[in-house]
Design a protein around this ligand. Structure first.
Ligand SMILES: Nc1ncnc2c1ncn2[C@@H]1O[C@H](COP(=O)(O)OP(=O)(O)OP(=O)(O)O)[C@@H](O)[C@H]1O
Length: 326
């Protein structure tokens, strides 16, 4: 549904009374470059109040998808909207949607401060906000006076995030924003994004590094070879732990003991067995034959990283239950 106010208003008053973030909606988005299918039939939604981690290996199609959402690359087919409106139809979009797609694309001859002052003027934002914004992203006054051409990648990322936030948007679309950030910067960015979403904002955040977004994202969209490989919350994507892992000094004796008690055991490939039974039942079976146990614990579910690797590079990880994910 189109929000008529979004396209009609030239600017929107920022402040505590701002509207909740808009929905990002991507429907059957496809982009082909001659024979290369960069993005194929990709659909997902990002809800207000959430951080969506957009994950995939190099060349998976993340940047192309985000460029299509932001109206920079025309799709071959399909559509993308922000709060019901195609990005290009949003009036003064920087007041609604903060975008950082390529931190290296900033004008290298301007200082950081000049870059933000210019952005503020274009957006119709009070240039007095620039100082506070530089402070917020951790660019000290001395750095703000230097030309962007002399900035490190991490400093450019901070400047790009400041630019994205300057119009006090309710939606953030950030492509690999943690690239080049130091550990303190990554920690700061996570807190900033979490706080942004917790105040009702909508965040779409891409990365090829799962662990980078795992700490902050509510939902994950995994893309590989231009197609959606999986999407959902962490809870939806991971298999639940079942059974116990048990290891004994004498594995063969333990297996025989478990079989005697009707407890089927399968080797985990590392000298232990996974048994679909309670720890007590397994412990009692072992005790009855005097087996010496070296380990007895609850089996873990599949980790998010293992899942990500199995979806994006099947050769690198044990198979994941993909059928359950689609
Ligand atoms: N302008 C273009 N012309 C031809 N092919 C392109 C173009 N832009 C992207 N591609 C191809 O589309 C595919 C997806 O690229 P894209 O940059 O979207 O991936 P990505 O997931 O963002 O990768 P990375 O993590 O490395 O940034 C790649 O095979 C890429 O080579």
């Amino acid at each position: 549904m189109v929000d008529p106010g979004l396209a009609a208003r030239p600017t929107r008053r920022p402040g505590p009374d701002r509207q909740p973030g808009g929905m990002i909606s991507v429907a059957s988005l496809t982009k082909r470059y001659r024979e290369v299918a960069a993005v194929e039939d990709v659909s997902f939604r990002c809800e207000p109040g959430t951080v969506t981690g957009f994950l995939g290996p190099n060349g998976a199609g993340k940047s192309t998808t985000m460029r299509m959402i932001c109206g920079l690359t025309p799709p071959t087919s399909g559509s993308a909207t922000v709060q019901g409106v195609p990005y290009r139809r949003i009036s003064n979009p920087g007041r609604h949607v903060g975008v950082l797609l390529d931190a290296a694309a900033q004008h290298s001859g301007r200082t950081g401060r000049e870059t933000l002052v210019l952005t503020a003027q274009v957006l119709g934002v009070d240039t007095a906000r620039v100082g506070a914004m530089l402070d917020r992203v951790g660019l000290p006054p001395k750095a703000a006076k230097r030309r962007v051409g002399a900035y490190s990648l991490g400093m450019r990322q901070r400047l790009g995030i400041a630019q994205a936030l300057l119009g006090d948007p309710t939606v953030l679309i950030l492509d690999e924003p943690a690239n080049g950030l130091d550990p303190e910067g990554i920690h700061w960015m996570r807190s900033m994004l979490r706080d942004f979403a917790d105040r009702g904002g909508t965040v779409l955040l891409s990365s090829h590094l799962l662990l980078e977004v795992e700490a902050v994202a509510d939902r994950f969209v995994v893309i590989a070879g231009g197609r959606i490989a999986a999407q959902g919350t962490k809870g939806e994507l991971l298999t639940k732990p079942t059974g116990v892992v048990v290891r004994a000094l004498d594995g063969a004796a333990l297996r025989a003991a478990l079989a005697r008690d009707g407890l089927p055991a399968r080797p985990d490939g590392q000298g232990a067995f996974v048994v679909d039974a309670s720890a007590e039942a397994v412990g009692r079976a072992a005790a009855a034959t005097g087996a010496v146990l070296l380990e007895l614990r609850q089996a873990g579910g599949s980790g998010l990283e293992e899942l990500f690797l199995s979806l994006t590079n099947p050769a690198a990880a044990a198979p994941a239950p993909q059928e359950a994910l689609r």
